[in-house]
Design a binder for this molecule. Structure first.
Ligand SMILES: [Zn+2]
Length: 227
């Protein structure tokens, strides 16, 4: 991912010199700075969310046995309803944050599947892609927001696929998602709207519906198993 970002920045820079375009020059500088912005934002989020980092000898680290070589992933906890997040803290390091509510409702296998999903976000630098999409959406807010939301939903599917491949347990991920969504159902702002309005709002939603994710996990795992 980082190679692609830097290659794009170099390409834009060369084009800006060839075409003598200050817009392309600005874009190339922005692209070159994206990895730095991603890390700064990840660290800012950790500090704003008051995350408590768990020491390396904490028992939860035994569930993180799928972290790719060369990567350093820490675990953090904070108070809150069932949820998990990933924050990039370096080019090959990050923190997976667990709200304490999630620890009460998931089994170890389900928690491992959720951790793998979040590690998937980290190793594929999904927050960098989201920042770039957010920046580009400023050009045309309605179209940009819809495209950004579609891209963000795609990243959720990608992280689910990473989890399935890493743990080999699509059922653990699926049951974890069902439990988390059930526990948070009172928080959904879409729950009070009509189905047709929900379909329109779903186009602008940055996370896919539970039904879509379960269907994709099922399709992906049967594709992987049939190879
Ligand atoms: Zn996710």
């Amino acid at each position: 991912m980082m190679i692609y970002v830097l290659a794009t920045a170099c390409l834009l820079f060369l084009l800006s010199l060839t075409l003598d375009s200050w817009i392309l020059l600005l874009l190339s500088l922005s692209a070159a700075l994206l990895p730095l912005v991603e890390v700064l934002m990840g660290r800012a989020v950790l500090s704003l969310m008051r995350v408590r980092l768990l020491p390396r000898d904490h028992e939860l680290y035994r569930l993180l046995d799928f972290v790719p070589a060369g990567w350093e992933v820490m675990l953090g906890v904070r108070r809150g309803p069932p949820a998990a997040y990933a924050a990039q803290t370096g080019f090959r390091s990050g923190v997976v944050v667990l709200n304490d509510g999630i620890l009460d409702i998931l089994t170890d296998d389900e928690l491992g599947a959720v951790l793998a999903h979040e590690v998937g976000h980290l190793v594929e630098h999904h927050s960098l892609i989201r920042i770039a999409a957010l920046a580009l959406s400023v050009i045309n807010i309605p179209v940009g927001t819809m495209l950004g939301a579609a891209l963000s939903r795609r990243l959720e599917y990608r992280a689910d696929e990473f989890s399935v491949v890493s743990t080999g347990s699509p059922h653990s991920l699926a049951s974890a998602l069902v439990k988390v969504v059930a526990a948070r159902s009172g928080y959904s702002i879409l729950s009070g709207f009509s189905p047709s309005l929900n379909n329109v709002l779903a186009l602008f939603s940055w996370t896919p519906s539970l039904e879509s994710r379960l269907r994709r996990i099922e399709e992906f795992s049967s594709k992987v198993c049939s190879r």
